[in-house]
Design a protein around this ligand. Structure first.
Ligand code: DLL
Length: 433
């Protein structure tokens, strides 16, 4: 079902005229109320009134994560604290968290965007949503929660953790939609199995998974193990939280971006040049309806591409490719660029290998080394040493063949790699210590 048929199926021209009007209002307000944005305009010799077309936006300087850090905690807010009703923060992988604020109207906008997202992902008001995204400063839990209520579905605010209790709730309450990070969804399935509960006997129809990269192979594995249709949801705290983009369950091919609220661009991360549809680069977003925390050409560091082809679901919104990683996730191992998701794809091709893995990067002398630790199924692990070594060699050979990098592979027993209730930790880079 399409929650907002008018905006989600709008002809391009009408959509662009709304985007422009909203963009101009956002720029005027940001310029008037946020000293950082005023300086950015001044640096570029621009006034908000100079932006007369969507293309003109390309002249406005980018905003980076560092800019948000420099204005920690509330320096980027465009309204007085009196009007801020909610604060979230993203922990990030390094240093200071990024703090974001919402007015009452922003919370309502976000709830609507999440109702649209859940609806695109297969949910209806008749569904029971088991929401295992963490509640708290992280935007996942409350984002889904408000969207589910706006949609009129029943939401179970179970949050992350206490996994055994989650399985009991699933068995007894019969939820039909699961929302969680993909890695936690797999962990839920694993614990269910230990408790003698088969996910396939539960009532789940759709799973709406995001907040971390996951490959197509991982999707296959999740759908098979959990007996549901898995769709990808994308978002980030700085832009609003979840609800920036989502796959429709009909096509599961690219995530529709809610362009009536966010203007996406893809840029070359090295030069900042805007790239045409179809080309891969760094995603950049400008919010055009947010009040408390507008973002202007915010560089996400996420890698994707945009596609304008029509979709079988009827939405006219552009689609972004599944995010394969972040520019700052990229490991450079002896000069070769490697993304964790590429390793994941190689691993998931191998028989008997589980989706639980971790990459450990070290430096021996002047040489970077990459070790891939990956769990294997119980029956594989109890095989004779020679067969394990043979499997390690085959994985290592495939990594070399597909990615051009030498990696040491270490097969470990089931559960050897710590499970996460939120985002999985895929990389341990000892070079940074
Ligand atoms: O992760 C918001 C969210 C919650 C999205 C629940 C989806 C579901 P942050 O904690 O600020 O916000 O982290 C944002 O996570 O820049 C991406 O690098 C990554 N990310 C989010 N969704 C996806 C996805 C939430 N579907 C950062 N695929 C983003 C890949 C994702 N990466």
């Amino acid at each position: 079902m399409i929650f907002d048929i008018e905006f989600e199926t709008m002809p391009r021209e009408a959509l662009e005229s709304i985007q422009l009007r909203r963009l101009q209002a956002t720029l005027e307000r940001a310029y008037a109320t946020v000293p950082f944005y005023r300086k950015q305009f001044e640096k570029a010799g621009l006034k908000p009134g100079d932006i007369r077309s969507l293309k003109d936006l390309h002249q406005v300087p980018f905003t980076t994560k560092q800019d948000l850090r420099d204005n920690y905690p509330f320096g980027m807010f465009a309204v007085p604290m009196d009007n801020v009703v909610r604060i979230h923060a993203s922990s990030g992988t390094t240093g200071q968290p990024t703090v974001v604020g919402y007015t009452a109207r922003d919370v309502n906008t976000w709830a609507t965007l999440m109702a649209r997202s859940l609806s695109a992902g297969g949910a209806t008001r008749g569904d029971i949503i088991h929401n295992a995204y963490g509640y708290g400063l992280f935007t996942g839990g409350l984002g889904v929660h408000y969207g589910a209520e706006k949609l009129g579905a029943s939401v179970i605010p179970v949050s992350g953790g206490n996994t055994k209790r989650q399985i009991v709730i699933m068995r007894d309450f019969g939820p039909t939609i699961l929302t969680a990070t993909p890695s936690y969804a797999l962990h839920l399935a694993e614990v269910a199995e230990e408790m003698g509960v088969s996910f396939r006997d539960l009532k789940f129809k759709y799973g709406i998974f995001g907040a971390e990269p996951w490959s197509e192979k991982m999707r296959d594995e999740i759908e098979r193990k959990l007996g549901l249709v898995a769709v990808d949801i994308y978002g980030l705290s700085e832009v609003i939280g979840p609800g920036v983009a989502i796959e429709c369950h009909e096509a599961k091919k690219g995530l529709h971006i809610f362009e009536d609220h966010f203007i996406p661009e893809i840029i070359d991360p090295a030069t900042g040049d805007v790239l045409p549809y179809g080309q891969t680069g760094e995603l950049v977003f400008t919010s055009v309806t947010k009040e408390a925390f507008p973002v202007i050409r915010y560089r996400t560091r996420d890698i994707s591409a945009l596609h304008a082809e029509p979709c079988i679901c009827g939405r006219t919104l552009v689609r972004m490719d599944k995010v394969s990683g972040r520019t700052d996730d990229m490991l450079i191992i002896r000069g070769v660029n490697v993304f964790p998701s590429q390793i994941e794809s190689v691993l998931m091709e191998m028989e008997g290998v589980s989706p639980h893995y971790q990459l450990v990067v070290d430096r021996e002398g002047n040489l970077d080394t990459l070790t891939v630790r990956v769990e294997v199924d119980e029956h594989v692990f109890s095989d004779e040493v020679k067969r394990l070594q043979d499997l390690e060699r085959r994985i290592s050979k495939n990594i070399k063949e597909y990615l051009g990098v030498s990696a040491k592979v270490k097969l470990v027993e089931p559960k050897a790699i710590a499970r996460s209730e939120g985002k999985a930790i895929r990389v341990i880079d000892n070079r940074k210590l």
